[in-house]
Design a protein around this ligand. Structure first.
Ligand code: NAG
Ligand code: NAG
Ligand code: NAG
Ligand code: NAG
Ligand code: NAG
Ligand code: NAG
Ligand code: NAG
Ligand code: ZN
Length: 506
């Protein structure tokens, strides 16, 4: 039954005997199945050959229809957790795998997720509206969802210790420097001393798009502020001039239950699994067909085609929920794995945004120097494949922006590929990949227009074939791939990572 039966999962449904393999195949092959119950061992090029753009597009269209279920509540298509669009996505994934019969064991892992919504916000410093002020993700509202007025009080050091926060912050707005500890800790320390709001200003000139992370009863309404807009305020503090402010956030933070879906091959060594994941959810703002409808679909299609082959090692697919709220599903999954189960995962491969319209072929620069051993071997598998195809690629930072983070932090080698989000394509990259320099890789990133028109099918097919290759390679053999060692990330990884999902947390 594979490893999943011993996991802390809420339910496990083995493919029932009623779903026999012939259910899947065209009649001509059904006969073969009946007379010959062995299937060929997985072969990378044969699996890649089964990936077609037509099939990916059919699934994308289906997913967009599903996103429209969210219109009723949100007035536009969305697959955000808690929406009918996300529930529909989960059913689609689950049913698609169930149809594959006993080839997979499927489990639902239900977990509590927090989701935040900011409806309105405003920050006035002195008599100036702060343009860069950005309410933090998962921030509570200001009192009674009304504007609050108060003196700005400078918090000492980094606001990471209770003692950094002066008592005079009570009834006032705490002004705190970014750095050293998470934004959530700073907000909590200010809230505990009675601040009515908090501002975390950047040590760099840019704005801060952050998140408070796991809610705490002591969190207060918290904004990020650019270093540029903080500078004149800090000057006034130096001259011991008083500054007052008005803070207003209308927001809510809700707890809901949502679900990770895990499918594991019934064949293959369950002590040695290759694991891969994509996130099933989108942001509130749109249908998320590229982010991460593309990865969700790539995994479904690879899982479907894989059933035509036997495997040596177990293959475990995951569709994570709550990625957009801060990697909630993947974090929960890894955090609840006992060490014995953790060790069975030889590596984790993350597939988030496979088909950006102005794409670059990006490989996470995961090295063994900073990451669990094996991460670099995986990176090199992607490099070799793009090179064999005569395609260009670039490296991107491996800095906590997607679901690999929990795996790396718990000692599991990882990596992945992507095609770009809100970054700007360079002139050099235009020569390497086509598309348009000076524009975002995905100009519809986290927006309503992340719809069917937001996929580059060339990139989608290329990357899905690469996913097929990664699965086939490790499903066949771990020869030459490092054995698992520890259960933790290096301190260098911890010190480098500033993101937790799409938002900064520190
Ligand atoms: C898959 O391979 C295993 C191990 O070689 C073998 O026992 C099993 O019968 C094979 N299954 C199929 C369906 O070919
Ligand atoms: C069964 O199928 C496998 C893979 O297609 C093939 O290698 C094998 O020769 C077949 N065996 C029989 C008895 O037909
Ligand atoms: C793998 O499949 C390809 C066809 O896609 C074939 O040419 C090759 O011989 C196969 N390799 C093995 C080891 O079966
Ligand atoms: C697992 O979740 C899917 C999608 O939400 C649902 O359709 C299915 O009924 C669930 N199965 C079990 C056994 O809970
Ligand atoms: C990749 O990461 C290593 C450190 O682990 C660093 O030395 C190297 O410069 C990085 N390469 C790129 C292209 O970012
Ligand atoms: C790879 O990039 C070079 C420019 O660095 C370009 O000349 C070449 O055409 C690109 N190759 C492909 C397949 O796009
Ligand atoms: C996908 O990208 C390729 C290479 O940049 C380009 O030639 C093609 O027109 C793009 N397709 C779509 C549908 O945008
Ligand atoms: Zn994503």
């Amino acid at each position: 039954m594979g490893a999943s039966s011993t996991l802390a999962l809420c339910a496990t449904v083995a493919g029932a005997a009623a779903f026999q393999i012939p259910f899947l195949f065209p009649p001509s092959q059904t006969l073969v199945q009946i007379t010959n119950d062995t299937i060929p061992l997985v072969n990378s090029s044969a699996l890649q050959d089964l990936i077609s753009g037509d099939r990916l597009l059919v699934r994308a269209k289906k997913l967009f229809e599903i996103a429209k279920l969210g219109e009723h509540e949100y007035n536009h298509p969305t697959r955000v957790i808690g929406s009918a669009g996300h529930v529909g996505t989960l059913s689609y994934i689950y049913e698609s795998i169930l149809e594959l019969g006993p080839y997979y064991d499927i489990s639902n892992q239900s977990f509590p997720a927090v989701s935040g919504n900011v409806f309105e916000s405003r920050l006035v410093l002195g008599d100036v509206v702060a343009k860069s002020a950005a309410p933090m993700g998962l921030t509570p509202p200001t009192k009674n969802k009304q504007p609050v007025f108060g003196q700005l009080v400078l918090v000492e050091n980094d606001g990471c210790e209770d003692s950094d926060v002066p008592d005079s912050v009570a009834g006032a707005i705490a002004f705190i420097k970014r750095g050293v500890c998470p934004f959530g800790t700073k907000s909590e320390n200010a809230g505990r001393k009675g601040a009515v709001a908090a501002i975390v200003y950047n040590y760099e000139k840019d704005a801060v798009q952050g998140t408070l992370g796991t809610p705490s009863p002591f969190h207060v309404a918290t904004f990020g502020l650019s270093g540029e807009e903080a500078a004149p305020i800090l000057k006034k503090f130096e001259k011991e001039e008083a500054v007052d402010g008005i803070a207003y956030i209308d927001s809510e933070v809700n707890q809901i239950l949502t679900v990770n879906i895990i499918a594991q091959t019934t064949a293959g060594d369950p002590e040695n699994c290759v694991m891969l994941g994509a996130h099933s959810d989108s942001v509130t703002e749109g249908p998320g067909i590229n982010d991460d409808g593309s990865g969700t679909i790539s995994l479904l299609e690879v899982a479907t085609q894989l059933t035509k082959f036997n495997v040596t090692n177990c293959v475990r697919f995951a569709w994570w929920a709550g990625e957009e709220e801060g990697l909630l599903g993947s974090d929960y999954y890894v955090a609840t794995l006992p060490e014995k189960e953790n060790k069975k995962i030889r590596l984790f491969m993350d597939y988030d945004m496979m088909a950006s319209p102005n794409f670059a072929y990006q490989i996470y620069n995961a090295t063994n120097a900073l990451n669990p051993e094996g991460s670099e071997e995986l990176r090199d598998l992607y490099i070799d494949w793009y090179e064999e195809q005569g395609l260009n690629y670039t490296f991107i930072p491996f800095d906590g922006r997607s679901d690999y983070d929990g795996f790396i932090r718990n000692g599991i080698p990882g990596g992945g590929i992507a095609t770009g989000a809100e970054g700007i394509k360079t002139k050099e990259e235009e020569k390497m990949f086509g598309g348009k320099a000076g524009e975002w890789y995905d100009s519809c990133y986290h927006q309503l227009c992340d719809n069917l028109g937001n996929l580059n099918m060339t990139a989608f097919v290329v990357n899905t074939k690469l996913i097929a290759h990664s699965v086939a390679t490790y499903a066949l053999s771990f020869k030459g791939f490092p054995e698992r060692t520890g259960f933790a990330a290096s301190s260098e990884y911890h010190s480098q990572v500033k993101y937790h999902g799409s938002k900064l947390f520190i």
